[in-house]
Design a protein around this ligand. Sequence first.
Ligand SMILES: NC(=O)c1ccc[n+]([C@@H]2O[C@H](COP(=O)([O-])OP(=O)(O)OC[C@H]3O[C@@H](n4cnc5c(N)ncnc54)[C@H](OP(=O)(O)O)[C@@H]3O)[C@@H](O)[C@H]2O)c1
Length: 342
Amino acid sequence: MRLLFVGFGVVGQGLTRLLQQGAQSLRDSFGFEPTITGVATGSHGTLAHPAGLDKNALLQAAAAGGMAHYPRQDGLLRNEGPLAMIEAGLADVLVEVSPTNLVDAQPALNICRAALDQGMHLVLANKGPVCIGPAALESLARQRGRQLRYEATVMAGTPVISLSRETLGGSGVREARGILNGTCNYMLTQMEAGMSYADALAQAQALGYAETDPRADVEGHDAASKAVILAWALFGRSLRLEDLDIKGITDLDRADVDEARAAGERWKSIATIDQAGARVAPQRLPLDHPLASVGGVNNALTWTTENLQDVTIVGPGAGPEATGQGLLADLLVIHRQYQASP
Ligand SMILES: NC(=O)c1ccc[n+]([C@@H]2O[C@H](COP(=O)([O-])OP(=O)(O)OC[C@H]3O[C@@H](n4cnc5c(N)ncnc54)[C@H](OP(=O)(O)O)[C@@H]3O)[C@@H](O)[C@H]2O)c1
C-alpha cells in the first residue's frame, strides 16, 4: 500500500513513527508493509518518490527544518504539489493530516475529492472535510468503490468512530454523550482542585494542551465539530456546525465548581448527539455517572443503546501517537479489504 501524506506535522510524524517502529510486528501480524511515496506540507517543502521514501530520513528532515533536508536520491521529486501527486497515480491512499478549517474545509476538501476521483482511498485526522461535507464525500467514495475513513478525527485513536459505524451496528443507539475536548476537561479538573479559570487556562497552555488562541476549545467549537462528525457516523445525519447550540465553559468559575461539589456533582463539558441533532454545553453530572470520573485531558463517550444499555469508552483524545493510531487502524481496515479483494 502506497501512502501520500498531506501534512507532516505532529500527527503525520506520529503515524510515521508508528509505521517505522512497528514495521516488523505490522508485517508479521498483518502482512502490512506500507510505503510513503509522497509528502506535502504547507511551507516546509514536498517530496515524492514512486519507489517510496525512507521513513527515518523523512522524520530527520522534518526535525532538521523541512523536506529540503531529505538526502539526495535518484528519481526524487521535490516540487510536486498534492494535486499533481494524486493525478500522477503516485499512491493508493491519501492520509489527510493538514490543519482543520471548519469554515469551508479548504484546501483539504478539494484535495480529498481529487484523491477519491482518482480512485484513492481517503483516511483523515483533519476534521474539516468530514465536518463540512460528509455526505458528498461518502457518496463519491461509494461511487468509486473506495473507503472514506476518519477514526482519528474524534478522540484520536480511541475507537469511537469504528464503534459507532460498525461494532455497535444494530444495537439501537439512541444517544451519545461525550467529553470530546481534553483542554476543557483538564481545566475543569484543575478548577475542582482549587485553581481559578485563568490559572487553569494558563496551565493548559503551558503544557501544550490548549492553543495560544484557546477559543475553539473553551467556547465549545472543537467539541461541536466532533459532535457533527459523530452525528454522521451514528445516524447518517449531515448537520451544519452553525445550526448547533454551542455553549463553552467560559462562564464557569470556581464558585460554580464548588457549588456543584457541595451537591455531590461535577461540571463537565458535554457534547450530546441524538436523532434530533447535536449540542454542546457544560452540565452538572452526579459523581456516579460514568463521565463524571473522567479527569484531566482524557476524553470519553457514552452510547445509550437498546440492546446493551449504556456503553462507555475512555481514552486519549489527542497526541502524535494516539492520533497516529487512529489513522493506522483505518489503514489496516483498508489493507484487510485490499487483501480479500484487491
Ligand atoms: N495534534 C493532535 O493531537 C490531533 C488530534 C486529532 C486530530 N488532529 C487533526 O490532525 C490534523 C493535523 O494536526 P497536527 O497536530 O499534525 O497539525 P500540525 O502539527 O500543525 O501540522 C500540520 C501540517 O500540515 C501542513 N500544511 C499546512 N497547510 C497545508 C497545505 N495547504 N497543504 C499541505 N499541507 C499543509 C503543515 O505544513 P507547514 O508546517 O509547512 O505549514 C504541517 O506539516 C489537524 O487537522 C488536526 O485538527 C490533531
